[in-house]
Write a protein that binds this ligand. Structure first.
Ligand SMILES: [Zn+2]
Ligand SMILES: [Zn+2]
Length: 204
């Protein structure tokens, strides 16, 4: 089972020529008047005041929570690996913080449809794979989400624009959460953090 989630819907207002009542229905789902059963109805145009977007976002958020419970992030970050992105079929990786929503992070600025597996297909140790199709990607993009390793989480922190101005403080907080002072691993990750800082600095 999968869940299809679009940022557009075809909710349409209709009026009945027999009983005079109005009703809203999906234009793809032809239906007689729900009040009198008449087939003689008039299309009054798109109905924009529907709840489709909210209902779908809430369901995607529920699915994300269910999958996260089975696959917790030990370092508060997940990694999204994108394949076949855009018309050049690029691939790439980025981090997502555990309280961000994947449907929001992967969406594009045009009409799109996401395809999520439903919760009964989730398992511990299995990645979450979301499909995205849109105008610039007719074959569809694939996003695979896994919990970040410590190095991936540190890298994601360095790349995240939200942390650009507070990088040194954020890294100190991050390392302090997982290491005690003088820890041999902490020295190693401080070196990685320093390298990443200089890389991130190049982009400022
Ligand atoms: Zn709608
Ligand atoms: Zn009617």
């Amino acid at each position: 089972m999968s869940f299809e989630f679009s940022n557009t819907c075809t909710c349409t207002m209709y009026s009945c020529n027999d009983c005079g009542e109005s009703f809203v229905n999906d234009a793809d789902d032809k239906q007689n008047c729900p009040h009198c059963g008449s087939e003689d109805i008039t299309d009054e145009g798109p109905f924009y005041d529907c709840d489709c977007a909210t209902i779908n976002q809430n369901h995607a958020a529920e699915l994300w929570d269910t999958w996260k419970n089975l696959n917790p992030a030990p370092y508060e970050w997940y990694i999204i690996n994108g394949e076949s992105m855009g018309w050049q079929n690029r691939s790439g990786t980025r981090g997502i913080e555990e309280d961000q929503e994947p449907y929001d992070v992967i969406q594009v600025n045009s009409e799109w449809t996401q395809t999520w597996p439903e919760a009964e297909d989730y398992a511990a140790g299995e990645p979450l794979t979301i499909g995205l199709s849109h105008h610039d990607s007719p074959t569809g993009e694939t996003y695979t989400i896994t919990p970040a390793t410590f190095e991936q989480a540190l890298y994601a922190l360095a790349q995240s624009p939200d942390h650009e101005d507070t990088w040194i403080g954020d890294v100190n907080d991050f390392l302090a959460r997982y290491f005690t002072p003088g820890d041999i691993d902490e020295q190693r990750f401080r070196e990685i953090a320093d390298d990443l800082y200089f890389e991130a600095d190049d982009y400022l």
